[in-house]
Design a protein around this ligand. Structure first.
Ligand SMILES: [Zn+2]
Ligand SMILES: [Zn+2]
Length: 92
């Protein structure tokens, strides 16, 4: 998926799954345990909201990130992790 940036505003929708990390697990076809940042070896305990970096696409996605990358101020390379669109993949 490439580079993403953190979305640091309140989510425009409310997740009913418990939190966004659970939401990611419900919807992802991948089984992601680790932080989505390609070189990171910490556990992705946060369901972090992100947008594509330098893209016209302003949709909001959720990915698992560790406590450090969940506060990153620079773009994050998430490699081949597929982010989950929080509007299209609605809560169950
Ligand atoms: Zn949800
Ligand atoms: Zn990380």
């Amino acid at each position: 998926m490439g580079l993403v940036k953190l979305y640091n505003e309140p989510a425009p929708v409310t997740c009913k799954c418990g939190d966004w990390r659970v939401h990611f697990n419900y919807h992802s076809l991948q089984w992601v345990i680790w932080c989505a940042e390609t070189t990171c070896e910490r556990i992705g305990i946060n369901g972090s909201l992100v947008q594509l970096y330098k893209s016209q696409n302003d949709q909001i996605f959720v990915i698992p990130l560790c406590n450090i990358h969940a506060h990153a101020t620079t773009p994050i390379d998430i490699g081949d992790v597929d982010p989950i669109n929080i509007i299209q993949d609605i809560c169950q």
